[in-house]
Design a protein around this ligand. Structure first.
Ligand code: 13P
Length: 244
């Protein structure tokens, strides 16, 4: 039984005052529910705040990126051990916005996933095709290549990660993949993970998830939860998604 995992990705939004209300609302509104897990991935400067407000609650927290290096002269980077220091349970790696705007390559994503795991932080490895790739009929090929780099980097540790399928054309566009479209890709990801020996890795869907569409997506057999961007900035909306 894999249960449902909902992770909010605040992206580059928030501020101390605004976060305080949002985090408190999550801590207060979320109660341990069998088979349901909720976490938020906040910008690095607010990890301490997330830890302070969410400690003792049932809501987990994490970061939106992690360095592929353990330590050293890497200006601006944040290591897995630093995330662990702040109690992070998760680190998103390979988000399409990192791939698109920061030139992150498949191999780097694999290395970041490995670095997170080495520090005891669970990587949420993102894959997903652009609209042009979907229209060209190469969705399967693209996600297979992206996931393959993570599989190659992790070996037996693959079973300890989370994978998120986020079609780029559905991110922040209000255009969600249909539950069937999501399921089709998730089924392929599941097969690939199982071939690699990772049977029960949670497969999240991301891309314009909101309370109004989460239940239909979560009803799909291979959709184990959601990675939620815009809607995660509204605590009540995120809580409603997590209860879907
Ligand atoms: P939206 O939910 O805003 O479409 O963003 C999805 C996403 O990128 C989560 O990582």
């Amino acid at each position: 039984m894999r249960g449902k995992l909902t992770v909010g990705n605040w992206k580059m939004h928030g501020g101390l005052t605004e976060n305080a209300g949002r985090l408190a609302a999550l801590a207060k509104g979320w109660h341990a529910t069998a088979g349901r897990t909720l976490a938020v991935c906040v910008p690095f400067p607010y990890l301490a705040q997330a830890r302070e407000v969410l400690s003792g609650s049932e809501v987990g927290w994490g970061a939106q990126d992690v360095s592929s290096h353990a330590a050293g002269a890497y200006t601006g980077e944040v290591s897995g051990a630093m995330l662990a220091d702040f109690g992070c349970r998760f680190a998103i790696v390979g988000h399409s916005e990192r791939r698109q705007y920061h030139g992150e390559r498949d191999e780097t994503v694999g290395a970041k996933a490995r670095a997170a795991l080495a520090a005891g932080v669970t990587p949420i490895a993102c894959v997903g095709e652009t609209l042009a790739e979907r229209d060209a009929g190469t969705t399967g090929e693209v996600v297979e290549r992206q996931l393959g780099a993570v599989v190659d980097a992790l070996g037996a540790d693959l079973a300890r990660i989370v994978v998120a399928y986020e079609p780029v054309w559905a991110i922040g566009t209000g255009r969600t993949a249909t539950p069937e479209q999501a399921q089709q890709v998730h089924a392929a990801l599941r097969r690939r993970m199982q071939q690699a020996g990772a049977r029960d890795v949670p497969l999240l869907y991301g891309g314009s998830v909101k309370a109004a569409n989460a239940a239909a997506l979560y009803a799909m057999p291979d959709v184990d939860g959601g990675l939620v961007g815009g809607a995660s900035l509204d605590a009540n909306e995120l809580l409603a998604i997590a209860r879907s």
